[in-house]
Design a protein around this ligand. Structure first.
Ligand code: EPU
Length: 456
């Protein structure tokens, strides 16, 4: 096990039902991309509802390296930091390769800088990517799309050098799979390309629709058609935008599962029903209760468990409007408390169930399979990937020493540790900071008994 610093370890004393209110802000999987979009504009952009998470800090650093000024709005009267970012791309310039390399291995977002940088500077240097290790995570769809626009891609040991010898041209692209990132790559590139781009087999996650809204505000012409087709008519110039990011539906589901697994009651302020419907159906079928409050300006969803038996279920993750792969891990923890056999079929990432080993060490009974269980055959079916799980419940969980493998699994370990009897030591919590704003304070406010470091 890797040694971790005190600030990277959380000691969790389990067994408390979490109760109270937390606030979610803008979606982690939209905000950094809207920030990249600001690079395409000739005016200043203003983005509201920005969480303080490390993915935002990484993209801020990369934008600044390219001459974009990124500032936070003034703090509120109560001294609370502002959740508004002001992005001014007036002085965009080529970043030094060293400044870009400093961000190698930190996030998947840098690859989305390609289109905007090619349009503005004719050249993009992209460091080796990071992000969660939940599968191979290739970027072949991105690079094929960029080539189709006329870009030249050169692979170098320290990263990718991409150039546009002339203005990029609109094109026809069919993605082999509805990839979120590759769809965003095409959008961010096509908006300023010459002529029309037609993208088929596109992803249509709510965060993509919100990115389209941002681009439309900037002056782009984008239409979404039946059957996963997106058409973009390139324009010569874009302006800035003012936008409020959609709420983080993935963080919301994490808090919902924390309420369910600990027998608690959590109101998630800022959460909206629209993007959560598939999750809410599953939550109800397992035995969770929820109540939606649509108050304008301050929507919320309250999640609780009224104490009856939780029910086992067969679930399959899929691209939107299917069940998000990022909802899978917290649901798995909740399902360890359900009566009977639950089946999970993970069809988006080939290796996103490895985190269940640690849950088994805590007392769960989860068995992994290579076969496609409980649903249709997926891309991983005839290959050597443990991508289905059978969970036998309910099982009592006990505390353990845990090392976080990735963002969503990391938060799920916290849920498991909170639902368990005894003390858990969770290493690597900085990974959770990538996507969950101020989660230690939120946990404490909900009554969780947690402390930074190895505990007394
Ligand atoms: N894929 C390829 N080639 C590519 C691109 C993708 O084979 O060029 C494959 C991937 O390996 C994967 C599948 O396509 O099997 C889907 O990947 P996708 O491109 O949709 O994922 P992503 O854009 O890299 C985003 C989110 C993920 C989320 C997925 C799916 C961001 C920064 N990340 O990743 O979020 O799981 O879409 O919805 O938006 C998270 O929030 O914890 C997280 C991992």
């Amino acid at each position: 096990m890797e040694l971790s610093t005190a600030s990277d370890v959380l000691t969790v004393h389990g067994g408390t039902a979490l109760s109270g209110e937390v606030r979610v802000r803008g979606a982690k999987n939209l905000v950094p991309k809207a920030m990249v979009a600001a690079l395409l504009g000739h005016g200043t952009s203003v983005l509201h509802n920005v969480p303080q998470i490390s993915d935002v800090r990484i993209v801020t650093g990369l934008l600044e390296a390219h001459g974009v000024s990124v500032t936070r709005g003034a703090p509120g009267a109560d001294g609370e930091p502002s959740d508004t970012l002001i992005l001014d791309p007036a002085s965009v310039e080529q970043a030094s390769d060293t400044a870009v390399e400093a961000h190698a291995g930190t996030s998947r977002i840098p690859v989305l800088f390609c289109g905007p940088l090619l349009h503005r500077l004719g050249r993009a240097f992209i460091p080796d990517l990071g992000g969660c290790k939940i599968g191979d995570r290739p970027i072949d769809f991105h690079l094929d799309a960029l080539r189709a626009f006329g870009a030249v891609v050169e692979k170098r040991p320290e990263g990718l050098l991409i150039s546009a010898p002339e203005r990029l041209r609109g094109t026809q692209i069919r993605l082999p799979y509805p990839s979120v990132g590759a769809t965003e790559q095409v959008l961010l590139t096509a908006v300023l390309a010459e002529g029309v781009t037609e993208l088929s087999n596109a992803a249509t996650e709510p965060e993509i629709v919100d990115l389209i809204a941002v681009l439309q505000k900037m002056g782009a012409i984008i239409s979404v058609h039946n059957g996963r087709v997106i058409r973009i008519i390139g324009v010569d110039q874009l302006g800035g935008f003012t936008h409020r990011a959609i709420p983080d539906r993935l963080e919301t589901a994490s808090w919902a599962c924390a309420a369910l697994a600990t027998g608690g009651d959590i109101r998630v302020i800022g959460a909206a029903q629209g993007e959560m419907m598939t999750f809410l159906n599953v939550f109800r079928r397992i035995g969770g209760d929820f109540e939606v409050d649509d108050t304008p300006g301050e929507p919320s969803i309250r999640f609780w468990h009224s104490g009856g038996q939780m029910r086992a279920l067969a679930l399959e993750t899929d691209v939107y409007p299917g069940l998000s792969t990022d909802w899978q891990q917290p649901l798995v923890v909740a399902l360890t408390q359900a009566h009977g056999l639950s089946i999970i079929h993970e069809t988006v990432y080939e290796q996103r169930l490895g985190f269940t080993d640690a849950l088994n060490r805590m007392g769960a009974q989860i068995q992994l399979y290579r076969e496609c269980l409980g649903g249709s055959a997926c891309r991983f079916g005839q290959r050597n990937f443990m991508h289905s799980a059978v969970i036998s419940g309910p099982t009592k969980l006990h505390g353990a020493e845990l090392t976080i493998p990735d963002l969503r699994a990391g938060f799920s370990y916290l849920i498991a540790a909170l639902a368990a009897q005894g003390t858990s030591t969770v290493h690597g919590i900085s990974l959770i900071r990538r996507g969950y704003e101020d989660f230690e304070a939120k946990l404490s406010a909900l009554g969780a008994d947690v402390e930074l470091g190895l505990g007394a």
